[in-house]
Design a protein around this ligand. Structure first.
Ligand code: DQA
Length: 148
């Protein structure tokens, strides 16, 4: 099972950025723990981060071509306004799990909206790095159950 974890704009700064919201774990450490859990669950996990919207769209197109089994995405602020990333995700036939480290609903109003909400299988937010691990478990279960 191949699972792609996508990290969007500014998420390379996890560990240095706003520790009250995002803690002090780096993106590399998050990727390592997601990958380790993937091994336990029988999934090969690949991670990709970019600060460029077009590069993210193209990575999603590649995921379509590769036929990945599930996508986990924390698109950062793009979540709240990028119809381009939403349209790219909508091309995929596999389950998509949206994750956020912080509880976006307990923050500024603009973070309460996800333009991906209608096209993802589900959303997980507010659990820090565990949001990614929960997202991975949800993705693996969805694939094993043959869910779209
Ligand atoms: C975030 C929440 C977003 O609102 C914010 O723009 C981020 C990180 C999170 O993981 O909590 O960059 O996606």
């Amino acid at each position: 099972m191949n699972i792609l974890v996508l990290h969007g704009i500014n998420l390379n700064m996890f560990g240095k950025r706003d520790p009250a919201q995002y803690g002090t774990t780096t993106l590399a450490e998050i990727n390592a723990s997601v990958s380790a859990l993937g091994k336990e669950l029988g999934a090969h996990v690949e991670a990709f981060q970019t600060n460029f919207e077009g590069a993210m769209a193209e990575r999603i197109h590649q995921a379509h071509a590769d036929g990945v089994h599930a996508v986990i995405i924390n698109a950062g602020a793009w979540t709240h306004y990028s119809y381009g990333i939403r349209d790219a995700l909508a091309i995929l036939k596999c389950p998509i799990i949206e994750v956020h480290m912080s509880n976006v609903h307990a923050r500024e109003a603009f973070r309460h909206v996800s333009v991906f909400a209608e096209i993802v299988k589900g959303q997980i937010c507010g659990f820090g790095t565990d949001s990614y691990l929960m997202g991975l478990r949800a993705a693996v279960s969805a694939v094993q159950a043959g869910q779209p």
